[in-house]
Design a protein around this ligand. Structure first.
Ligand code: NAP
Length: 358
């Protein structure tokens, strides 16, 4: 009789667990992209999540980030594992008093709707770890993966720390209507610079002008070199490069002596068959120009500034609240849109930050 009751109890517990078991949707990388990624490179699977142990939390995605660097990650991560990426998520079950239900955070566990974050992961507030979402006030929480997150700090530190702008400097920014570029345009104006911006459509060019760019061009319909000869006859002092490749080859001869290039990204080359650390003969850097113009060219990864992370976010938030810094988000509705939103980056489908809301 006693044994019978125990069995029934055990059965009830397992029925309860199977009813309450959370099933996450997860996008895996199942094939290495060749050239531009395609939707067939990814597969959406269901994953039953384990129960939370002491110190763990269960989180639900609120907004998932779509970033160009994911193209590099698609070369690096093992196949048939979750695609790498960050998201703003909300704690929906907690066995950790420091992360109660309702807490918002940013984590890098990839393209997934639900995630169990282990107590050990929650102790690591560093890059590619789990970070508390800063206080957003009335601003959308999704900004935690945009202007008030990694892309915002990329613009803030990558421009201010490397370019060290002075009033009157002539600044060139490409990818200027994107998440990072649109912030750089405005920060450069806040520092009293003259800004020359390039983006990939007339609508984007119009928006970049609204943001304060002194000169803005559609690189698809304008000759980059000719435009720079016209608007920067004395040369460009500071070049914030998001695009690389042919654009940089055309821009570099227009640098002024002692100019600085902050090499942030090279999206025009990401689908090429060239990997990090492999010699390439397709470099846009004409060594003669670099030497004769005595240029300083510096590449960076934003996580260089992890120790100063909140300094950047606090300043960016203050500028937003003061109306000095504007942002846009292109929101793709539905978790099923993750691959197409990612591929859309290479066609300029986003203005401002690309985000998927599941
Ligand atoms: N170093 C770091 O730590 C760091 C951190 C974050 C981002 N990044 C880099 O910063 C750059 C911008 O990132 P983001 O997140 O702000 O992305 P984003 O600019 O919001 O989105 C990508 C944009 O790139 C442009 N693009 C795509 N293919 C292009 C091509 N062949 N030639 C010229 N432009 C092209 C498109 O705009 P158009 O319509 O204008 O073509 C597209 O909207 C990327 O290169 C990224 O890898 C670097």
């Amino acid at each position: 009789m006693v044994l019978g009751l125990a069995r029934i109890q055990c059965l009830l517990v397992s029925i309860y667990q199977s009813i309450t078991m959370v099933v996450a949707k997860v996008w895996q990388l199942v094939r290495r992209p060749e050239g531009e990624p395609s939707v067939e490179d990814f597969l959406c699977v269901e994953e039953e999540l384990p129960a939370c142990s002491e110190g763990d939390v269960l989180v639900e995605a609120v907004a998932l980030s779509i970033d160009p660097y994911m193209r590099y990650k698609a070369r690096q991560i093992p196949l048939n594992t979750p695609m790498f990426g960050s998201q703003v998520a909300k704690v929906i079950e907690s066995k950790n008093p420091e992360w109660p239900v309702g807490t918002h955070l940013v984590h890098y566990e990839g393209w997934r709707t639900h995630t169990v974050l282990r107590s050990q992961q929650l102790k690591n507030e560093e890059h590619f770890g789990v970070m508390h979402l800063p206080d957003m006030g009335d601003l959308p929480k999704s900004l935690g993966i945009g202007i008030l997150g990694m892309p915002g700090n990329t613009a803030y530190f990558g421009f201010l720390d490397i370019c060290k702008p002075k009033a009157g400097d002539v600044v060139l920014v490409n990818g200027a209507a994107g998440a990072v570029g649109s912030a750089v345009v405005q920060i450069a104006k806040l520092k009293g610079c003259t800004v020359i911006a390039f983006a990939g459509s007339d609508e984007k060019v119009a928006w970049v002008k609204e943001l304060g760019a002194d000169h803005a061009f559609n690189y698809k319909t304008t000759d980059v070199g000719e435009a720079l000869s016209k608007v920067a006859p004395k040369g460009v002092n500071l070049y914030f490069d998001n695009v690389g490749g042919k654009f940089t080859a055309q821009a570099l001869p227009h640098m002024a002596d002692y100019g600085v290039v902050s090499l942030c990204g090279a999206i025009s080359t990401y689908n090429e068959d060239v990997d990090i650390g492999v010699p390439s003969l397709t470099s846009p850097f004409n060594e003669g120009t670099v030497i004769w113009r005595q240029l300083h060219i510096e590449g960076f990864l934003v996580f260089r500034w992890t120790a100063r992370w909140m300094e950047g976010l606090n300043q960016l938030k203050e500028w937003i609240e003061q109306g000095k810094l504007k942002y846009k988000e292109t929101v793709f509705q539905g978790f099923e849109k993750m691959p197409s939103a990612f591929i859309g980056l290479f066609h300029g489908e986003n203005t401002g930050k690309a985000v998927v809301v599941p």
